[in-house]
Design a binder for this molecule. Structure first.
Ligand SMILES: CCC1=C(C)/C(=C/C2=NC(=C\c3[nH]c(/C=C4\NC(=O)[C@H](C)[C@H]4CC)c(C)c3CCC(=O)O)/C(CCC(=O)O)=C2C)NC1=O
Length: 169
């Protein structure tokens, strides 16, 4: 697993360089965004169950076939599995936000996921919609909490949706 700082140090160590101006700028940007990252992670932690529940309801409203007979989230077991997956995405997104690096998503979430989803017929397009809904909910909460620049929140959610969609279709 990697974060913004270890990634940068590794890159400089490979070539035996001291940290230069570019490195310092990168580090400064990371530390300056640190408080906002931690605030958002704390907010996610405190509201995770509500975010997942709300995102699930919106998703099933938008794509009602999912929970009808023949839908992939039909039956209580699969419905719960779907919400559990959403909860995984949200929790790991909060880790990636704090780390300032998406590597935790590659290592812990995305590896082998496409194969699993394809073999179980889990629709990736709908999963992507669910992740995007959570992205919007978290951004809205951050805005309400007075965080002015919420763009950094997109990064983990977009990473998940990009990697999921790319590998599947
Ligand atoms: C932490 C990393 C991690 C991830 C990401 C993960 C995902 C994951 N989701 C699964 C199943 C599943 N995933 C879904 C999800 C959905 N179905 C839909 O229609 C919706 C679009 C969507 C919810 C948004 C469903 C319904 C299943 C059960 C499918 C089945 O067993 O038929 C499975 C198969 C095994 C199981 O059922 O537990 C895995 C491994 N597991 C992990 O350990």
């Amino acid at each position: 697993m990697r974060d913004a700082v270890t990634k940068l140090i590794k890159n400089y160590d490979v070539t035996g360089r001291y940290l230069d101006r570019n490195a310092m700028d990168t580090l400064k940007a990371y530390f300056e965004s640190g408080t906002a990252r931690v605030t958002v992670a704390t907010m996610i932690t405190a509201n995770a169950a509500a975010i997942v529940r709300q995102a699930g309801s919106s998703l099933f409203e938008q794509v009602p076939e999912l929970i009808r007979p023949g839908g992939n989230a039909y039956t209580t077991r699969r419905y719960s599995a779907c919400l559990r997956d959403m909860d995984y995405y949200l929790r790991y997104a909060s880790y990636a936000l704090v780390a300032g690096d998406m590597n935790v998503l590659d290592e812990r979430v995305l590896q082998g996921l496409r194969e699993t989803y394809n073999s179980l017929g889990v629709p990736i397009g709908s999963t992507v919609i669910g992740i995007q809904i959570m992205n919007n909910l978290v951004k809205q909460m951050a805005t309400n909490a007075g965080i002015s620049d919420t763009n950094f929140i997109d990064e983990p959610f977009e990473h998940l949706t990009r990697e999921l969609s790319e590998v599947s279709i």
